[in-house]
Write a protein of this length. Structure first.
Length: 304
C-alpha cells in the first residue's frame, strides 16, 4: 500500500511512501532537503544531500548511514530509488540542518493541519456537526469501519478496511488476521447492558486491533457511541490521565480493572455537549502524538 503527497510545507510537496512490511511511513529525504533549503531544483537538492550525508558520516552521526530507499517518481517521470527516513529520523535531520526554517518545519511536521493527525482531527470535529454521527451503526464492526473510513479516508489507503496481515507490538500479537472476521463477530455480539460489559467489549476490540493504523482514535469514538446509546453517558477524555491510560491499556490483556476504573471515573452525562466532544478529539490526537514521541508510532508494528 502506498500513499504519496500526504503533506505540504509552504506549498512544497513532502512525499511519503507506506511500508507494508514495517507498517510505517517513509518520507523523501530530497523533499525535506528542498523545503529546508527553499530550493526546487532536483539536482541541486540531490547534490546537497550527498554533501550533507558525507558530513554527517564524518561526524559519526547515524543519519549518515541509516537511510533506506524506496521508489519515487523522478523529474523525468521515471520511478527511481530515493533515500527516505522515518518520522524520528526526519526530526533528527531537521535538527541537524543549517536552515532558519528548521524549527518551523519541525513544529509543522510534528503537528499541523496538513498532517494525518491534523486532518483526521478536522474530520473528527466535522463529524460532531454532521448528520453522519446519528446514522453510524453503534457497537458493530461495520460502525467501527464507518468511523475509521471517515477519519482516515484520503489519508490511508486502507481507511475503513479490516487488516489482512498479522501484526504485533512489543512482543504481543494482536488477533490473527486469518481468524479476525470471526473474532470481530464475537466481539460485536458481546453484551452492552452495563458499564462493565461495554468496557470489556472496548478492551477486546483493542486487543483485536482490526486496522493497520488508527485503531485508538476510532475505537474511542466507537466506545463513546455505545455508552451514549446504552447508558446515556460518555467519557470526558480530558479527565483521563494519559500516562495511566496508556499503562492500563498495556495490561488490559490480562487485567482490565485499571482501565475500567479510569474510564468509570471520567464518565459524564453531557453526551450532546460539543465542548466535551471537542476535548475528546484533542485528547485522541495528543495521545497519538505521545505514542509517537515514545517511538511507539514510528516503529509501532512488526508483521508476522
Amino acid at each position: 500500500m502506498k500513499k504519496i503527497s500526504i503533506r505540504f510545507f509552504e506549498d512544497n510537496e513532502v512525499r511519503a511512501v507506506w511500508d507494508d512490511e514495517n507498517s510505517k511511513w517513509w518520507f523523501s529525504v530530497l523533499d525535506i532537503v528542498g523545503v529546508l533549503r527553499g530550493e526546487d531544483d532536483y539536482e541541486k537538492n540531490r547534490n546537497y544531500w550527498k554533501y550533507l550525508k558525507a558530513k554527517l558520516k564524518r561526524e559519526k552521526n547515524q543519519l549518515g548511514s541509516v537511510t533506506t530507499q524506496f521508489k519515487f517518481t523522478a523529474p523525468d517521470g521515471k520511478e527511481r530509488l530515493a533515500n527516505v527516513f522515518d518520522y524520528n529520523s526526519i526530526i533528527e535531520l531537521a535538527k541537524n540542518f543549517p536552515s532558519k526554517k528548521a524549527n518551523r518545519f519541525i513544529e509543522w511536521f510534528t503537528y499541523s493541519e496538513e498532517t494525518i493527525d491534523g486532518k483526521s482531527k478536522s474530520k473528527a470535529y466535522a463529524l460532531f456537526d454532521s448528520s453522519l454521527l446519528n446514522t453510524l451503526e453503534v457497537g458493530t464492526v461495520k460502525g467501527l469501519q464507518q468511523i475509521h473510513a471517515y477519519l482516515f479516508g484520503g489519508l490511508y489507503d486502507f481507511a475503513g478496511q479490516i487488516r489482512t496481515l498479522n501484526i504485533a507490538k512489543g512482543g504481543f500479537q494482536f488477533a490473527i488476521a486469518k481468524y479476525l472476521p470471526e473474532t470481530l463477530k464475537k466481539i460485536e455480539n458481546m453484551r452492552e447492558n452495563s458499564f462493565n460489559e461495554i468496557a470489556d467489549k472496548y478492551v477486546e476490540m483493542n486487543i483485536a486491533h482490526p486496522f493497520i493504523e488508527g485503531n485508538g482514535r476510532s475505537t474511542r469514538i466507537w466506545l463513546d457511541l455505545i455508552l451514549k446509546k446504552k447508558l446515556k453517558q460518555c467519557v470526558d477524555w480530558s479527565k483521563v490521565n494519559k500516562k495511566e491510560y496508556l499503562d492500563s491499556m498495556k495490561i488490559s490483556v490480562t487485567d482490565a480493572a485499571p482501565v475500567k476504573a479510569l474510564l468509570l471515573s471520567a464518565l459524564t452525562d453531557k453526551i450532546n455537549d460539543r465542548e466535551v466532544f471537542m476535548k475528546g478529539v484533542d485528547y485522541l490526537i495528543i495521545m497519538s502524538k505521545k505514542m509517537r514521541s515514545q517511538k511507539m508510532l514510528a516503529n509501532k508494528y512488526q508483521f508476522m
